[in-house]
Design a protein. Structure first.
Length: 278
């Protein structure tokens, strides 16, 4: 993902129209809710809202970011389609969410410090990935592990955290399936068969049917890929040490344990974070 200026991040990625849900609460309001008030309401999948247009200075030393919450609100999948001239063209298409309200990342923490005059956030802990599935207009379901695991995000400019401040970087996208998963033919990485016993094509030597054509399906592996994310701040509450804004994330989808090429997923939404001096 190409780095862009903070002022243009929302417009470039179509985030200017994204706002917090109508039922969004501030962190202090959310903390007052009881378990029964949260249960079944959808609040557990919502990021808190920030009120204020202040600024938070980032000086020397280390700062602790806690309660980082990342809530996707729209998803797109890169699809290849034929245009009117017959040329194949890749473009992102809107998709429908199939997952229940368990896709928001929350409780993420890490350190932020000034390096070379710019702020650098290093993710360390929290709910930093969530299994998610979307469906394309053609009916294909695309599973992916929405993630910010091992994120290292750097700001594009020096200065305090205020409206227009942005930071971004790359993160790890673990395999959607674990090592113990078995496909419908009983093949897996640490358990199961090396190849499906009902496939005589492994011995017949027919071109396009033999072992070479089935290698990716038989040779299961735990893929660890990379994604990129950008955050743009638009609200800051200095008294509470809170800031929030919008984000856009670009990452690969599921590879079916090495059996297929992953599709590219574009997620856009809002985020919330709390910062304090260590």
């Amino acid at each position: 993902m190409k780095k862009v200026a903070a002022a243009g991040l929302a417009g470039v990625f179509g985030l200017s129209s994204i706002s917090a849900p109508a039922q969004a609460l501030t962190k202090s309001e959310a903390n007052q809710l009881s378990y029964l008030q949260v249960k079944g309401s959808g609040f557990a999948n919502r990021c808190s809202e920030v009120e204020g247009t202040d600024s938070i200075a980032i000086g020397g030393g280390k700062y602790k970011i806690t309660d980082l919450c990342i809530e996707p609100m729209t998803w797109q999948v890169e699809e290849e389609a034929q245009d009117k001239k017959g040329n194949m063209k890749k473009d992102f298409v809107n998709v429908k969410l199939m997952t229940r309200q368990t896709y928001t990342l929350d409780g993420i923490s890490g350190t932020m410090e000034n390096k070379d005059g710019k702020a650098t956030f290093t993710e360390e802990d929290g709910i930093d990935y969530a299994a998610t599935t979307v469906q394309t207009p053609g009916g294909e379901r695309v599973p992916f592990l929405f993630s910010v695991k091992d994120l290292v995000a750097k700001s594009s400019t020096a200065g305090p955290i205020k409206a227009g401040f942005d930071f971004g970087g790359s993160y790890t996208v673990p395999s959607y399936r674990t090592g113990l998963f078995l496909d419908p033919k009983g093949r897996g990485t640490t358990t199961g068969y090396d190849f499906a016993g009902a496939l005589p094509g492994l011995q017949n030597g027919v071109e396009g049917v033999g072992e070479e054509a089935l290698f990716d399906e038989n040779n299961k592996k735990f893929d660890v890929l990379k994604g990129e994310v950008e955050f743009a701040v638009n609200k800051v509450n200095e008294a509470e040490g809170e800031f929030g804004g919008v984000f856009v994330s670009k990452q690969p989808g599921d590879t079916d344990m090495g059996g297929k090429k992953p599709k590219t997923i574009l997620s856009k939404g809002i985020f919330f974070a709390h910062i304090e001096k260590q």
